[in-house]
Design a protein around this ligand. Structure first.
Ligand code: ZN
Length: 475
């Protein structure tokens, strides 16, 4: 909100406070057989409001073709397809509009490499419902706006809304931010299992195509033990119910991909797979759950540090041995070393994140390498082998409002401002190669070089190395 608008807003609050206490949006959803019709009622004291449809996630440019039949029922509404902005002018403080979201994947669509299509586009028909909610709900400028969501018509199959955990299509009351950053799935085989973790109900949502009982048991066991462990690490005191949604791709044979949200995650996987919980998919689940805590800000942080967390928590939760952390990191070190853009500056890499997979992975691997590098420095500076825990305690206060400045301030507090800023400039802004000097490394390991120069972590002292993962665990 700009300052001028804010002053006007304050003034209008004084005038209208007696008639209308607060702005709000009510969404009513109706299944149409091939899409979802949204009836939206807006109450606002502001003269004109702006909403946004969808995001750039997935790198698509045809989002407005999914947004159909926009109609104004009260007040005025207009859409600007080039910016995906929808302007609403209420009449007497109220506006009513409706639109229908329709999008499906092409019939001949099987390409394993196009998993982004299945993840970021709505896919809606009589056999399956899938949509990220940014593609369904128009997002207001103020994400703290109170909203309600009601389903007037539902499909014949069960539907699960991650924003309304465990409550199916029951009415929901919350904020715009909680409904827009979420996802909805529906499927004739959809099952919701309650999983008790630390005395609280959480939800496993599946639509299993193969080996039902074996997969269900394995997923439940993983969810219970891993989510319990990572919640303890972050000192989660009053957690909301969390949803783990494992949903098959419609046609895609891509192994798996996922999206993490604040109260759950959704993964889509190759529905022809017999065993869902392979090591590769387990690590993606772990990564997506990790986004509950590490999710905002720049990609080197949200993806790279979340990869560090994935490797760390896999060991700290007891799912795997410390040597697995080395294996997981080595995959990233090799990925970074062999990346064609490995020395591109950080800003350019952020800008091109969606442009091609090499840029996407560059920021995963560079951020992971940087996080690992920092754990060595923090261990040396603080004398604490559980340096990752020390670092995460330092960034925890601003995880939901992350900025590079605050990050550098927090790291500066641990390893000294100069060192923190110099390393950040070298490795993130300028994209220089990490030098992995022995005196900077965490204890119990060394970095060796393969013949082509690829760095590789070797554990030199098993006990010392294991201490990085075990110190914080409750005895
Ligand atoms: Zn991620």
């Amino acid at each position: 909100m700009n300052p001028l608008k804010f002053i006007f807003f304050c003034a209008s609050v004084l005038i209208t406070a007696c008639t209308d206490k607060s702005d709000r949006i009510d969404y009513t959803l109706s299944w149409t057989g091939d899409g979802i019709r949204v009836d939206m009622e807006v109450r606002s004291r502001i003269d004109s409001l702006f909403f946004t449809y969808a995001t750039e996630n997935g790198g698509f440019t045809d989002q407005m073709s999914w947004f159909q039949d926009l109609t104004s029922l009260k007040g005025e509404v207009s859409a600007d397809p080039s910016t995906r902005k929808i302007a609403v002018v209420p009449d007497g403080g109220r506006a009513k509009l409706s639109y229908t979201v329709r999008c499906a994947l092409p019939k001949d669509y099987y390409s394993p490499k196009s998993c982004l299509w299945d993840m970021f586009r709505p896919d809606l028909d009589g056999e399956m419902m899938f949509t990220r909610t940014e593609n369904l709900f128009l997002a207001p400028e103020d994400m703290a706006t109170p909203v309600s969501v009601r389903w007037a018509e539902v499909p014949e199959y069960p539907v699960y809304c991650i924003y309304n955990p465990g409550k199916g299509t029951d009415p929901y009351y919350g904020t715009a931010g909680s409904v827009v950053g979420s996802a909805i799935v529906g499927d004739p085989l959809l099952e919701v299992d309650t999983v008790m973790i630390n005395g609280r109900a959480n939800y496993l949502v599946t639509a299993l195509r193969k080996s039902h009982d074996m997969n269900k048991i394995a997923l439940k066991d993983y969810f219970r033990s891993f989510y319990g462990s990572i919640s303890d690490f972050w000192g989660e005191e009053d957690p909301e119910p969390y949803s783990m949604v494992i949903f098959p791709f419609r046609n895609n044979t891509f192994e798996m991909t996922g999206n993490g949200f604040s109260n759950g995650f959704l993964s889509r996987y190759d529905a022809t797979a017999d065993t869902i919980l392979t090591t590769g998919r387990r690590d993606i689940f772990t990564h997506e759950i990790g986004h509950k805590w590490i999710g905002g800000g720049n990609a080197w942080f949200s993806e790279g540090f979340n990869e560090m967390q994935t490797g760390y928590q896999t060991v700290a939760s007891g799912l795997d041995e410390p040597s697995y952390f080395a294996e997981y990191l080595n995959h990233a070190l090799a990925g970074l070393h062999r990346n064609p853009h490995r020395n591109d500056p950080g800003d350019l890499a952020e800008e091109r994140f969606w442009d091609d997979g090499d840029y996407t992975w560059l920021l995963y691997w560079r951020g992971f390498s940087y996080a690992f590098h920092l754990t060595g420095l923090v261990e040396k500076a603080t004398g604490k082998p559980d340096a990752w825990k020390v670092m995460m305690d330092a960034v925890k206060p601003f995880l939901h409002d992350f900025s590079q400045e605050r990050f550098l301030e927090a790291m500066g507090g641990l390893i000294g401002k100069e060192r923190a800023e110099a390393d950040f400039r070298k490795y993130i802004l300028e994209g220089q190669d990490f030098d992995y000097r022995p005196e900077d490394l965490p204890s119990g390991c060394a970095i060796v070089r393969l013949p082509d120069g690829t760095p590789k972590l070797e554990i030199t002292d098993t006990l010392l190395f294991a201490r990085h993962f075990s110190v914080h665990l409750k005895s």
